[in-house]
Write a protein that binds this ligand. Structure first.
Ligand SMILES: Nc1ncnc2c1ncn2[C@@H]1O[C@H](COP(=O)(O)OP(=O)(O)OP(=O)(O)O)[C@@H](O)[C@H]1O
Ligand SMILES: [Mg+2]
Length: 489
């Protein structure tokens, strides 16, 4: 019984951790608990703060705010070498002049282990330490090499190994020290697809064999879904959702998670009543209630949840035409145009291109998600007649009466009030496209400004991730309110 409780205990608790590098907030108020022996994956697009969070857990970076507990002890300020944690980085920095054995043995040679106690004359007790013996080191290295499948490779020079083998050496080097927690930062990033798949299985095997806690970083959703007990989906430095792969796939918390995890059909909709959602001009039954009347929501439908039936069938909710069909080994992946939207459908029942079909989704295949944000909001400063300074740009906007130059204002910018331009010099300010999600009738694009703010934009144009764009505002759709200064300011 005690064993079970012990295993269940949380090994790492991260509480309200924030890390800022100057104006950039790399990790934004993250709280997260990790159980002993768990395989946890931090998943998110490039730049979302995965490595930064990992580096704080390892102790290479100090949080700007918040704390990190390891087995109940606050380690926030403890240096990396004093934490029972080891890290495998994306770039496996092996020592090129050492053999495989030498690389793995390196950490053990400098290790000191407790070796009894000595009673001092003054009555206090001093802990004694010793080096490991040659035989102990040999035994540990051999065990680690056999765990990573390199038992016969000890004598080889690391520079003669393949990428995958070198990565195994890096893992052996980390596990040989028997850390309580192993951090892996995109450890398979440099490998080709086939080797990646093999190593994913290897890592899973090692995880169950060693029983230590793995915190794994990847931006590959498939890798996260196949390997993890728990996935932490991050974007913009913040946690979007924490849950089992199944939970995250089946019940994404918001449009970002839905779009990031797996193929899905994502549509803009309105809740017209409890259990009724309208999208693409059809009303469909769902399992969700408690929304405001006509509240706009995101609707996710997984490709495998759409049933293709006879177009005349009574239960057909929409009619469409198959425009492509590819056999994927165990199922067909088809594109079906219906109501002006291209649905992706997966089914074992393949249909020919050009055929007319009916589409049916049962209520539990319809996932309704609250909008993450209903409008963009910024704080700016009135900068003259009908001019607001915000995000380091002077925007021409209508100021309410009584606002004078220098007053602080709140600016509400609906998603369709933002106009993006190809040439960033045609905009008041510039930014990078970081996300583009098609929602059935329009694209929702996220643009990050150079001042680390983001605009959500509804547009009929398609923009690519990393496009540089200019931002203008449609003045008539933007509202500006005076912010009453607080007394203590
Ligand atoms: N030492 C630093 N100084 C300034 N900014 C930094 C520093 N380290 C990270 N950042 C910034 O913090 C943000 C998060 O970076 P981080 O490396 O944690 O992302 P990531 O999720 O690991 O991305 P990737 O998948 O590309 O590795 C980025 O905007 C990055 O430029
Ligand atoms: Mg990284």
């Amino acid at each position: 019984m005690a064993e079970v409780n012990y295993k269940k205990k949380k090994i790492i608790e991260i509480t309200n951790v924030t890390k800022a590098f100057g104006a950039v907030t790399a990790v934004d108020d993250v709280s997260l608990a990790i159980n002993r022996g768990e395989f946890v994956t931090l998943l998110g697009p490039s730049g979302c703060g995965k490595t930064t969070l990992l580096r704080m857990i390892a102790g290479f970076d100090l949080p700007t705010k918040g704390k990190i507990l390891l087995e109940g002890t606050d380690v926030t300020q403890i240096p990396p070498n004093k934490r029972p944690i080891n890290t495998v980085f994306q770039k496996y920095a092996l020592f090129p002049h050492l053999t495989v054995f030498g690389n793995v043995a390196y950490g053990l040679k400098i290790l000191r282990v407790p070796n009894g106690e000595k009673k001092l004359k003054n009555g206090s007790v001093k802990q004694l330490y010793r080096k490991l013996t040659k035989a102990e080191i040999k035994a540990k290295v051999e065990r680690a090499l056999s765990v990573v499948g390199l038992a016969e490779y000890g004598y080889r020079n690391v520079t003669t190994l393949s990428g995958g083998q070198q990565q195994r050496v890096a893992i052996a080097r980390a596990i040989v020290l028997e850390p309580k927690v192993l951090l892996l930062d995109e450890p398979l990033g440099a490998l080709d697809l086939k080797m990646r798949k093999e190593m994913q299985l290897e890592l899973k095997r090692m995880h169950s064999e060693l029983g230590i806690t793995f915190i794994y970083v990847t931006h590959d959703q498939e890798e996260a879904l196949t390997m993890s007990d728990t996935i932490v989906v991050m974007s913009d430095g913040a946690v979007q959702q924490i849950g089992s792969p199944k939970k995250i796939y089946d019940e994404p918390a918001n449009a970002f998670v839905a779009n990031f995890i797996g193929e899905s059909n994502l549509l803009a909709g309105n809740m017209i009543a409890d259990f009724k959602v309208k999208f693409l001009d059809v009303v469909v039954d769902c399992l969700d209630k408690g929304f405001a009347k006509n509240e706009s929501v995101d609707v996710v439908i997984r490709p495998e949840d759409i049933e293709l039936i006879d177009e005349e069938a009574e239960k057909a909710q929409m009619c469409g035409e198959i425009i492509s069909s590819i056999f994927k080994g165990t199922y067909y992946e088809m594109e079906v145009v219906a109501g002006g939207y291209e649905f992706t459908v997966q089914s074992t029942n393949g249909k020919e291109v050009g055929s007319k079909v009916g589409l049916h989704v049962t209520p539990n295949g319809i996932h309704i998600m609250k909008k993450m944000r209903a409008t963009n909001e910024f704080i700016g400063e009135a900068d003259g007649e009908n001019l607001v300074w915000m995000c380091k740009g002077d925007f021409e906007l209508d100021l309410p009466e009584g606002v004078e130059k220098g007053d602080k204002v709140k600016v509400k910018v609906p998603f369709d009030a933002v106009e993006l331009t190809d040439d960033e010099n045609d905009g008041v300010i510039g930014g990078n496209v970081t996300q583009s999600i098609y929602k059935g009738t329009y694209y929702q694009v996220q643009v990050y400004t150079d001042t680390d703010e983001d605009f959500l934009v509804d547009t009929s144009d398609e923009w690519d991730i990393n496009d540089r764009v200019g931002i203008n505002l449609r003045r008539e759709k933007v509202t500006v309110e005076k912010v009453e200064e607080e007394e203590d300011e």
